[in-house]
Design a protein around this ligand. Structure first.
Ligand SMILES: *[C@@H]1O[C@H](CO)[C@@H](O)[C@H](O)[C@H]1NC(C)=O
Length: 438
């Protein structure tokens, strides 16, 4: 019987007598459980009837059929052992012996910590020497290593593994012994950092955007001394401030305006029951590089760039269109890392996005704006007729801008004509300029 379930200990005997027999159920070497005299009077052993609540019972409506089977509720390991059922009529005494074995699946620790080792065992009390044990994990059979004890017995009732999400779930142990099969199950819940689930997960963010680096512990865990580090080029502790409104197990941090140099490996950590748990993740920054081919005036060439492209399988350029209700729709223009756009064409004005995809779908996007500023609008109205005039003008402006602010970030080279979607504040530029001067 599985621990905590109900066990039925069979005892069936129909004597050749019209008189009701006397029946005694006892645990061998451990006293009487239940006794019925010929008169019908019943007695309960004190261990089996706590405050009038009987764990063991013998339903009397079965007596007429000669069935004196004993039912035990919520069996525990201590109930395992040999039982006897004695049926007595006149001078005839029948004794039926029943061995009750309790099967229990338990893990250590009871909530394994992800990435740490744990063991799960199938205990049978008393242990049936020579029994076979098989494990079924989430409905498929699980091959485990045999262990040989000093006396040559192989035990495969204990599995030792490293806790991975794959091993979480339902564990069933199937015990075979002398042609009978018993089973018991337990649900294994793993604890640890559940988001991101795996080390070296990549988080994608376009330059200038706000990004959250996730670090969420399983519910019920209260990690102490949470910390964030940036691992490369050399590990530095980040001044992580966790908002009091964040749930205690959520140790995610937010970077307000991602810069190219923010890319790299990060590590979050926290201590849970004396163990330091860590999760490494990589911030991949995406940006769009623009260049102006000298041969084709009025055109801009865009390149979609990521600081790590190892997961990227495909790039797609889309034009983003908003209707008058502000609803976004996209039109796929072409595949690939590069695109050349005629920025003088009115229909090309507005938002462009490079979407990048991995094996399992979209990873992220980075946007780029093509606009003609109001200064140029007289020209703009003439775009179709006098495109040459227009492009000449714009080239002149571009050159001046370039000379006047040579320190600017490459992305911001030509702010009059193109602006990246997440405009970087003056304050940030100032900071950058100061940094560069240093
Ligand atoms: C780009 O990504 C953001 C954030 O995931 C999303 O809201 C937006 O719709 C995406 N834009 C395009 C054009 O895919």
């Amino acid at each position: 019987a599985e621990a905590d379930s109900q066990a039925v200990l069979p005892c069936k005997y129909k004597p050749n007598s019209i008189y009701s027999p006397a029946v005694i159920w006892s645990k061998v070497n451990n006293g009487t459980i239940w006794k019925k005299k010929k008169s019908g009077l019943q007695f309960w052993g004190s261990d089996w009837s706590v405050k009038g609540n009987q764990r063991a019972r013998c339903p009397h409506y079965e007596f007429s059929r000669g069935d004196y089977s004993l039912q035990i509720k919520n069996v525990r390991e201590g109930d395992g052992g040999l039982f006897s059922c004695t049926v007595q009529t006149g001078d005839q005494v029948i004794i039926i012996l029943v061995m009750l074995r309790i099967i229990k699946v338990s893990s250590s620790p009871s909530f394994p910590i992800l990435d740490n080792s744990f063991s799960i065992s199938c205990n049978v009390t008393p242990w049936p020497y020579g029994a076979s044990v098989q494990w079924i994990v989430n409905n498929s059979s699980f091959m485990q290593q045999m262990e040989i004890t000093s006396d040559g017995e192989t035990i495969n009732n204990v599995v030792r593994e490293r806790a991975t999400p794959r091993l979480a779930g339902n564990w069933t142990c199937v015990v075979g012994y002398e042609g009978k099969v018993g089973r018991a199950s337990a649900t294994l819940t793993m604890k640890g950092i559940t988001k991101p689930f795996e080390d070296n997960t990549k988080v994608y963010a376009p330059v200038g955007s706000e990004v959250t680096l996730p670090c969420v512990f399983s519910s019920g865990l209260v990690p102490s001394s949470p910390a964030w580090e940036k691992l490369k080029p050399s590990p530095i502790l980040l001044p992580a401030s966790f908002s009091p409104s964040q749930p205690v197990m959520d140790k995610s941090i937010t970077l307000k305006e991602v810069q190219l140099e923010d890319e790299g490996m990060y590590r979050c950590s926290g201590t849970v029951s004396g163990q330091r748990l860590t999760r490494n993740m990589e911030l991949v920054v995406a940006k769009i590089d623009s260049s102006f081919p000298s041969k084709e005036r009025g055109y801009v060439s865009l390149t979609c760039k990521l600081t790590n492209t190892s997961e990227v399988t495909e790039y797609e350029w889309v034009r983003v269109v908003y209707d008058h209700n502000g609803n976004q729709s996209v039109e796929s223009i072409q595949k690939g890392k590069f695109i050349t756009i005629n920025k003088m064409s009115v229909e090309n004005q507005g938002e462009w996005a490079c979407r990048f995809y991995g094996k399992y779908g979209i990873l992220g996007n980075v946007t780029y704006h093509i606009q003609i500023m109001s200064k140029l609008s007289p020209c703009m109205s003439a775009v179709t007729n006098h495109s040459l005039c227009c492009s000449n003008n714009s080239e002149t402006i571009l050159t001046i801008l370039h000379i006047s602010s040579p320190q600017r970030n490459q992305i911001l080279q030509y702010p009059a004509l193109e602006t990246i979607v997440h405009t970087i504040s003056n304050e940030r530029e100032q900071r950058e300029r100061n940094r560069e001067k240093k």
